[in-house]
Ligand binder design. Structure first.
Ligand code: NDP
Length: 228
């Protein structure tokens, strides 16, 4: 049976990933940051015996290592948790404290989690690592400027994915940077173009169909490759 580990699972794309993976019959290890916002996950947990919930702030690296010790082998790690930072802030208003926070959640934490879970990923069958990136992290796609905090964090995450794909190639890992589309969630907002269900449907197809040939690529939810 496939075992999937998903961060930021209490809402948005993460929650939909949990639901769809359970529908496929996978064992799902889902993490949430704070107990206050977990009602939807708890309801799923009561319905689905293959769901295990764990509290984890992805920037608490000691907690991530301790959690790793009690987990079973993992086939697919999905680094989904993300933070946009303050919205509507442009040139001249950069807040370095918020910038560090965005980098911590979006760039540093995914790498630290890969390192913490590495023994469990090695013990799994699929050896897939997925990072939810964003098209706005692409240099080529950046024609409008702004978004310094979030854009730079996802561009750096893409670099992390590339290095991981090279470092872990000998063990047969597939490491992907995936753009989920512009999705109607708290982060994407109500004007976004697609629902979380549409996004996750595409993301899971890309993840399941990918093999080591696709490792180190930046791909959107439709399966189209994006420029760095
Ligand atoms: P949401 O803002 O709706 O959800 C973000 C999730 O990340 C929440 O579960 C949140 O938990 C969690 N999270 C944030 N910080 C931490 C932390 N320190 N530790 C643990 N969990 C944390 O975002 P989406 O569902 O829309 O986005 C999911 C991913 O997709 C993100 O990586 C995002 O950057 C990316 N993405 C989204 C797009 C969109 O249009 N929506 C477009 C491109 C990329 P909590 O509820 O506790 O805050």
């Amino acid at each position: 049976m496939t075992t999937v580990f998903i961060t930021g699972a209490n809402r948005g794309i993460g929650l939909t990933l949990v639901r769809e993976c359970l529908n496929k019959g996978y064992q799902v290890l889902a993490t949430y940051r704070s107990k206050e916002s977990t009602q939807a996950l708890i309801t799923l947990d009561q319905q689905m015996s293959k769901l295990s919930l764990f509290q984890l702030d992805v920037t608490d690296y000691q907690a991530a290592r301790e959690l790793a010790d009690v987990l079973p082998p993992i086939d697919i790690l999905i680094n989904n948790a993300g933070y946009f930072g303050p919205k509507g802030v442009g040139f001249g208003d950069t807040d370095p404290v918020e910038w560090r926070r965005v980098l911590e959640v979006n760039t540093i934490a995914p790498q630290m989690l890969v390192e913490a879970l590495y023994p469990k990923l090695l013990a799994g069958h699929d050896r897939k690592i997925v990072c939810l990136s964003s098209k706005v992290g692409s240099m080529t796609e950046n024609t409008s400027g702004g978004g310094y905090l979030y854009r730079s964090s996802k561009a750096a995450l893409n670099s992390v994915v590339k290095s991981l794909s090279n470092d872990l190639a000998p063990e047969g890992f597939t490491v992907l940077a995936l753009h989920p589309g512009w999705v109607k969630t708290e982060m994407g907002g109500p004007n976004a173009l697609i629902t979380a269900e549409e996004s996750v449907d595409g993301l899971l197809s890309v993840i399941l169909e990918s093999n080591t040939d696709k490792s180190g690529r930046f791909i959107d939810f439709r399966g189209d490759e994006l420029p760095w």
